[in-house]
Design a protein around this ligand. Structure first.
Ligand SMILES: O=C(CO)[C@H](O)[C@H](O)COP(=O)(O)O
Length: 229
C-alpha cells in the first residue's frame, strides 16, 4: 500500500480522537502514519496520552513529543488504533506481521474501542492467505511447533510452520519470545483455531484478533470506506 493510502486511513482514524483520551498506539507502517499525524496535533495542544504496543512505536511517539504511559500505569484505554495483515468477515483480523501481536492484543483488549486502519487489499472474504504469526516461548520450541501442527492440521493448516528469522538469527519479540509463521492459506473456522492454539503449552499468543475491532477504516483507490463487525 502506498504511504498516501495509509495516511488517508490514519487521517480518518484521527477524527475519532478526542481531548483527554487514553490511546493504544499500534505497530507497523500504517499505525506509524497515525502516530506521525498525531504528533503535530499534540504539539498544537491536543491533550492525549498513549500506550505503545512496541518499543518501535514508543520511540517514534516519544520523538514526536507524544506523552506515553505503560499499560500498568493506564490499564483501561479509550481507543486503540492499529493496522492489520488481514481483515476478514465480522472484522476478525490476522495481525503480527510486524511481530508485535502479543502487546497489540493485550492493549486492544484493554481498550473500549479498537479502530483498524488498512488499505483495501487487506480486506479478505476468508482469513488465511497471510501466514498466521504465533508467538511462542523459546523453551521447547520444536515440541510446541509439533503441537501446533497436530492441532492445526484439522483446522486448515496446509503448509509449513516456520520459525521467523531476522537475518541469520531467530526474530525476537519485545517480550523475548519467538514467532512461528503458520501457512494455512484458508482459515475457515477462526474461532475454533484461536481456541485450539490458545490451549497449547508454550504458545504465548496467536495473531487471530476476534471480536476486538469495532471499526475498520479502509483506504483504496476509490476512497475511504468504513467497515463495522
Ligand atoms: O500486526 C502488526 C504488527 O505486529 C501490523 O499491524 C501489521 O503487520 C500490519 O502492518 P503494516 O501496517 O505495516 O502493513
Amino acid at each position: 500500500m502506498s504511504a498516501e493510502l495509509k495516511r488517508k486511513a490514519a487521517e480518518v482514524a484521527l477524527t475519532h480522537v478526542r481531548p483527554g483520551m487514553r490511546l493504544g498506539l499500534g505497530t507497523g507502517s500504517t499505525a506509524e502514519e497515525f502516530v506521525k499525524l498525531l504528533g503535530p496535533r499534540v504539539a498544537a495542544g491536543l491533550d492525549v496520552i498513549g500506550v505503545p504496543t512496541s518499543e518501535r512505536t514508543a520511540a517514534l511517539a516519544a520523538s514526536l513529543g507524544i506523552r506515553l504511559a505503560t499499560l500498568d500505569e493506564l490499564p483501561e484505554l479509550d481507543l486503540t488504533i492499529d493496522g492489520a495483515d488481514e481483515i476478514g468477515p465480522r472484522l476478525a483480523l490476522v495481525k503480527g506481521g510486524g511481530g508485535a501481536l502479543l502487546r497489540e492484543k493485550i492493549v486492544a483488549a484493554a481498550s473500549a474501542r479498537m479502530i483498524v486502519i488498512a488499505d483495501s487489499a487487506k480486506v479478505v472474504a476468508e482469513l488465511g492467505a497471510f501466514p498466521l504469526p504465533i508467538e511462542v516461548v523459546p523453551f521447547g520450541l520444536e515440541a510446541t511447533r509439533r503441537a501446533i501442527v497436530a492441532r492445526a492440521a484439522a483446522l486448515g493448516l496446509e503448509g509449513p510452520v516456520r520459525l521467523r528469522m531476522a537475518g541469520d538469527r531467530p526474530y525476537l519479540t519485545d517480550g523475548g519470545h519467538l514467532i512461528l509463521d503458520a501457512s494455512f492459506r484458508r482459515i475457515p473456522q477462526p474461532e475454533a483455531l484461536a481456541l485450539a492454539l490458545s490451549g497449547i503449552p508454550g504458545c504465548v499468543e496467536h495473531g487471530l484478533f476476534i471480536g476486538l475491532a469495532s471499526l475498520a477504516v479502509v483506504a483504496g483507490p476509490g476512497g475511504v470506506s468504513l467497515l463495522e463487525p
